[in-house]
Design a protein around this ligand. Structure first.
Ligand SMILES: [Cu+2]
Length: 177
């Protein structure tokens, strides 16, 4: 009689243990899902750069329509880049001057543009944000040109004209690889 009574109790213990095991498994798979989401890579891609020839000598023109004629530049990293800016417009420097500033990656454009616009006394090169600048030309009037010589580390750089109101239209990317 005693033996018969014991069997249902054992069965109950076994099924309880199985239940506990299932719960642990569910928790484990939830943790795995969280890890996958957190490790998504963030790589900056520049569409169209694969169609650009690598060169370390470039000439960019700025015009009266507030445009650069080149907006994608591809260079070899670790070797000097010679970048010439030409102002091919006819409007006076005071109303349509152009420069070319290469910015460090991660610089917030609206913030930098705002500081630059307030730096009229320094040709729109903001002294408060010099640490955001890799290199820059001087401010050019019609028919003028200026050259930057700089060696870039691997990365993606944005360049802009910092004359007030221009950076939204006058910007491009340099990919150094
Ligand atoms: Cu400009």
């Amino acid at each position: 009689m005693k033996k018969l009574f014991f069997i249902p109790v054992l069965a109950a213990v076994v099924s309880l243990a199985a239940c506990g095991g299932n719960n642990t498994k569910t928790e484990g798979s939830t943790e795995n899902k969280t890890e996958e989401t957190a490790s998504e890579p963030t790589v900056e891609t520049v569409p169209g750069i694969e169609n650009v020839t690598i060169s370390n000598t470039w000439t960019v023109e700025g015009n009266d329509q507030m445009k650069f004629n080149t907006e994608l530049i591809r260079v070899k990293a670790g070797e000097p880049l010679e970048l010439t800016l030409k102002n091919v417009g006819k409007m006076p420097k005071e109303s349509m001057g152009h420069n070319l500033i290469i910015l460090k990656s991660g610089v917030d454009l609206p913030t930098f543009g705002g500081e630059a616009a307030a730096a009229a006394d320094n040709e729109y090169i903001p002294k408060s944000a010099l640490s955001s600048i890799v290199a820059h030309t001087k401010l050019l009037g019609p028919g003028e040109e200026d050259k930057i010589s700089v060696t870039l580390e691997k990365g993606v750089y944005t360049y802009i004209c910092s004359f007030p109101g221009h950076y939204a239209l006058m910007q491009g990317k340099i990919v150094a690889e």
